[in-house]
Design a protein around this ligand. Sequence first.
Ligand code: ATP
Ligand code: MG
Length: 341
Amino acid sequence: MSETQTSFTPRVFSGVQPSGGLTLGNYLGAIRRFVDMQNDGIETIYCMVDLHAMTVWQEPDALRRNTRELAAGYLAAGLDPTRSILFNQSQVPEHTQLAWIFNCVARMGWMQRMTQWKDKAGKNQQNASLGLLAYPSLMAADILVYHATHVPVGEDQKQHIELTRDIAIKFNNDFGVDFFPITEPVIEGAATRVMSLRDGTRKMSKSDPSDMARINLTDDADAIANKIRKARTDPEPLPSEPEGLAARAEARNLVNIYAALSDTDIAGALREVGGKQFSEFKPMLADLAVEKLAPISTEMSRLMEQPDEIDRILGDGAARARDIAAPILAKTYEIVGLLRS
Ligand code: ATP
Ligand code: MG
């Protein structure tokens, strides 16, 4: 972690949307790194951002189930509710209260420039929810309501963290204060952008309509092997140097996944698998993925049989989160001139 935040105590915040099952991209790009930061001994706050998920339609029962499944995924991957604060966003109303203030700080042009808004709204922006446009302002509030200094995310969220910084800077300037930290994105590791198994130019996403495009943490060994076997590739054998993957997006993605799962980098992975045909490499990758993901999936299933215990953990986390957020929101209200008696 960088040391630029001199006046703010290091505090980590991040979140995942309960918008479907968890993918290998969510695990390698985000959750596994949440665990590393927790284990580094920094204060860590991790959220299930259910209000963000609602920016596109969610069946109520599915949203409830997905929120609990996401909590199970966090716990199974190694997050510990005694060392990290774990909760779902909607139980801490300070997020949305601060988001309203940020809606009045952020500019329309900033929101409309967001790549994710353009991607997710597609051609029919007039028919997208207002929430989808405003989402990055709520995300800024998620982070800044805790004065979080560091946010571990995948590469796709870089622009939203930059927007969070712009909101903090404008707020501090507008009101002549040094109140919100200028948060640092932490985009590190071998797999900051895991790509779709069907199209090496698209990010692997839990909301992709094609289940074959992603590996879910809950997939069984057969499903993982089948998806990797059918993953799009090219006819060449794997190169022995990373430069050989430059124009081979699909091949690079599979090697990247292999590297991340075996805790090495692309060069390290190619020392092991360079020269192999996909017919040999794909089963190796499938075996490695099953070996790493099966224990998480088994633990998730076990936890999903105890929804009351999950709800208890989230309720307890929400109370602890509010203890931090409420005074920061109260101070914000005071700075902007909102009366509280
Ligand atoms: P959705 O399709 O609903 O947006 P998602 O798979 O993009 O779902 P998010 O909840 O939006 O997941 O993101 C949660 C975290 O996972 C973020 O930090 C994001 O950067 C990271 N992430 C998502 N997809 C990937 C990926 N393919 N590779 C690496 N990190 C990823
Ligand atoms: Mg996303």
